[in-house]
Design a protein around this ligand. Structure first.
Ligand code: PMP
Length: 354
């Protein structure tokens, strides 16, 4: 740290992204990327936009926003496009949290929430999940602050029923509830259908997982138009050109290629269920994940040990050090081939361990 770094950031612990190793080829199951390439239409439209890189992108993202709105069944003024969903989440922390509205979120959830609160110097309250990692909405109904819920949650994959989200929304119309739907396309129930009904709801989604575009950085917020207008005020105050031309083109192509998207989601869900069954046969315990990952542990081998042994054998999964989940690993659902290799390596490790 330099001596010039502002005192307000001196104690900041940044978010730690999953490893992106370069030293060798891994079966990479650690950052919940899609195993399938982006849609051909997405690549073609990104290429077309690449030829226009001399010009700034449309700051309103009119074409993409309209296409996204249409595909979600909402109006264009109910959507904002952002640089990954991380950006719209950060806007939400900035827009709706302050010293009278602390951010409220679970102890085991997306690790970036805490960082967004800290970097913006916002108070936050952490609410422990139940013992089985489910979330009790009653714990949040009591709170005054702005609530952030990943649904399905990460890294557990456990979904929260929409009826529970509605119960939270109606319990206090003065409280903003942000539902982070990064993984909703793998079997969750989206709260987008509620944005006309509740003025205090903001839903965030991403192209990073189900649309195979983690490298493009494209996400969106969906809410009533007044909320979207707040978020646009922040966007135009920070980076009006937050979505670059190539990403915008790719996003449009991905939205238009609905069939490819739906097939990939179906494949990943089927692979998730097959992998879960194979792991259960090997004695693993896991949460009921509706995301593109499994959250697993085994009585005979510790979480950290399994992570390291898999890495040695060329399979990368995600291990978290925090006390409550240190015996678990989060395993991204890859292609059937990748998952066969993963299961084989697990079998070898369990055999060696006997
Ligand atoms: N929310 C959750 C729960 C996530 O796991 C992620 C991915 N790390 C994100 C949001 C952000 O994804 P992106 O910025 O790639 O859209």
């Amino acid at each position: 740290m330099s001596k010039f770094f502002s005192a307000k950031y001196k104690n900041l612990t940044p978010y730690v992204p999953g490893e992106q190793p370069k030293e060798r080829e891994y079966v990479k199951l650690n950052t919940n990327e899609s195993p399938y390439p982006p849609s051909k239409k997405a690549v073609r439209l990104a290429e077309e936009e690449a030829r226009k890189l001399l010009l700034y992108p449309d700051p309103d993202q009119k074409v993409l926003t309209s296409a996204v709105a249409e595909s979600l069944g909402v109006k264009a003024n109910q959507v904002i496009m952002t640089n990954g969903s991380d950006e719209v989440l950060n806007f939400a922390f900035m827009a709706y949290c302050d010293h009278t509205h602390p951010a409220v979120f679970a102890d085991i959830t997306y690790g970036f929430y805490k960082v967004f609160a800290e970097v913006n110097n916002l108070p936050y309250k952490i609410i422990p999940l139940n013992r089985d990692f489910t979330l009790s909405v009653d714990d949040y109904i009591k709170e005054e602050g702005t609530v952030f819920i990943a649904n399905p949650n990460a890294p557990t994959g456990i979904p929260l029923p929409l009826s529970e989200i509605e119960r939270l929304l109606v319990s206090n119309p003065e409280r903003i509830v942000v539902i982070d739907e990064a993984y909703v396309d793998f079997g969750g129930d989206s709260a987008v259908k509620l944005v006309d009904k509740y003025q205090n709801l903001l839903v965030t989604q991403t192209f990073s997982k189900s649309r195979s575009m983690a490298g493009a950085r494209l996400g969106m917020g969906i809410a009533n138009e007044k909320i979207i207008s707040d978020l646009n005020t922040l966007k135009y105050s920070l980076n009006p050109y937050n979505v670059n031309r190539m990403t915008s083109g790719a996003g449009l192509g991905a939205i238009l290629d609905k069939e490819y998207f739906e097939n990939n989601c179906k494949e990943i869900i089927a692979t998730r269920e097959n992998t879960a069954n194979a792991l259960k046969k090997l004695g693993f315990w896991m949460t009921e994940s509706k995301a593109n990952f499994l959250f697993i542990k085994h009585d005979k081998i510790g979480g950290q040990e399994l992570y390291l042994k898999l890495k040695e054998k060329g399979v990368l999964v995600r291990h978290f050090d925090s006390e409550r989940i240190k015996e678990f690993n989060r395993v991204t659902v890859g292609s059937p081939d990748q998952m066969r290799t993963f299961i084989k390596r697990i079998e070898e490790i369990l055999e060696d361990n006997q």
